[in-house]
Design a protein. Sequence first.
Lengths: 356, 356
Amino acid sequence: MSAAVPRLDLHADPADLTRTLVDIPSVSGDEQLLADAVEQAVRGLGRYEVLRSGNAVLVRSDLGRPTRVLLAGHLDTVPIAGNVPSRTEGDVLHGCGTTDMKSGDAMLLHLLATLENPSRDLTVVFYDCEEIEHERNGLTRIEREHRDWLAADLAILGEPTDGKVEAGCQGTLAAWATVRGHRAHSARSWMGVNAIHGAADVLQRLASFPAREVDIDGCVYREGMNAVGITGGVAGNVIPDECRVRINFRFAPDRSAEQAVAVVRELLDGYEVEVVDVAAGALPGLSAPAAAEFVAAAGGTPSAKYGWTDVARFAALGIPAVNYGPGNPSLAHTREEHVSLTQIREMTETLRSFLA
Amino acid sequence: MSAAVPRLDLHADPADLTRTLVDIPSVSGDEQLLADAVEQAVRGLGRYEVLRSGNAVLVRSDLGRPTRVLLAGHLDTVPIAGNVPSRTEGDVLHGCGTTDMKSGDAMLLHLLATLENPSRDLTVVFYDCEEIEHERNGLTRIEREHRDWLAADLAILGEPTDGKVEAGCQGTLAAWATVRGHRAHSARSWMGVNAIHGAADVLQRLASFPAREVDIDGCVYREGMNAVGITGGVAGNVIPDECRVRINFRFAPDRSAEQAVAVVRELLDGYEVEVVDVAAGALPGLSAPAAAEFVAAAGGTPSAKYGWTDVARFAALGIPAVNYGPGNPSLAHTREEHVSLTQIREMTETLRSFLA
């Protein structure tokens, strides 16, 4: 570790700590400096086992408590959009990563430093490359190489939930449907078969898909089947022989990945369908004791997480998993990303009350 | 004119002359060398008035005949696709421009040289930039600057018709229809309005357009309304807020350009429609005496020209106009472009019989 590693004051106000983290750029693949700073700070606490894995930092206690809570936050951000360094206006901190999810990281780092005698054992994972492809995601590597570090009774992921508990997550599927035709000069269009005209049927099937609303543990998951892209055409005077429709299916976590694939294939029966990516959702698992206790501590009614998050990984490992972090999730990945400093402090204290 | 100008032997076999013309590259905008060669050759005949206009060469007789026939051929080609110089296989000449339309040019040049005592006065226009935008087309310039050269009782355009007379031409209209929606994260798709789904209605209206078949002077014009391109989509996780459909309408020449625009606007009523180009068709005009005599000389039954050609300009000037030239029009603009040497010779003789 070089002398240039920024020093993090974990005992400081978690809102100030968020500002410090945001001002250390860490776009996916370029998290080393921030990971070094986090490693240096948590080792400095002197009371945790610390493991460095690539640009991930894993921290755990061994107090012999009856339950273990796994807390996780990714260190990387999407590409900076002219919004680093951060900017503070009254109670609002603006900048890349303020919501997704350096405020969540600051909450977890601050609790590591200030929880003196927690009632539960803690494992905290700060990881890299969440914003890019699954294979590069730090959790993929940790699951492969350090599977024992992921054992827990409950996982809490610090992804933004704007003060609420968001349980489980929906699954997501990406596919391309291809409609074929036959090319011809447009002056003699009857000699061809227009693939773009043919795509009308695909679009109608997608639009008329009976999207379900599924209630699980009091959380309502609302599905969505959509064309998110379309492309076709050869030239202004040619009947097109191909039209491709890009599809995104967000499905409730009572369907498996395989079932979601089958739904899309059945809906588009008769067309070429290439499924390019599918990630199962996560059941909320709120009936598990540790999860129920957390929901009670956090107060309010938990709701469904619509976007896919890494809670699905924990659910796949049999660990009940929820999202709980500062910031409005709809601001994630936007140039206008910002977070309330008050909310960072309030959510940190709520989480402390559950762990203390 | 420099010494490097190739010499054309207009008295030679028009099939050989075609080969010579193909081997002088003349992609649109780069016709000077070929125009120089044509100008030198027709001036060398010594019995016509010759006018050079840019890279166009205009030639006319003044024999005091009761009728005047205007013959026209463009000197330019689409970009070469590895198919120049030409290649002869038996009766077939392969290469860029063999069909569209240096075989037609060769036919006209050979007749200029070998028609000793024509029964009709002749005006022959070899022009530039037919394959690109209207404003650069040599005929646009000639119509503006040398309008008197375009007076005639019949115009014959040497565009490929594969041995037949193709009368008039269909009109063509290009437009974009835009469907608007509202952007949202695809995990919460019900908060958005999917513009690509909305395009299904546009595509269905296009596909169900009642395309007419219109019989005019025994020529049947069959219309076509088509999507020739479609584009939409923001990202794999975003409900798209815009989808654009590129439209091509080929319409029978009994509709004016204004009427064609109205047809498209009515069909897509309720959507944003931007008409980017419209070119009226040309009525066949076969009831005019000179046209009827030409059809009789050519034999067979004239048919409708489906593609748009410059005959529409002559029709707009009140001159009956037909297409008549060697080569299969469906080979135009293809890498496989080729022409039958026998057909070049036969069509030249048929045209001679009408003009002699």
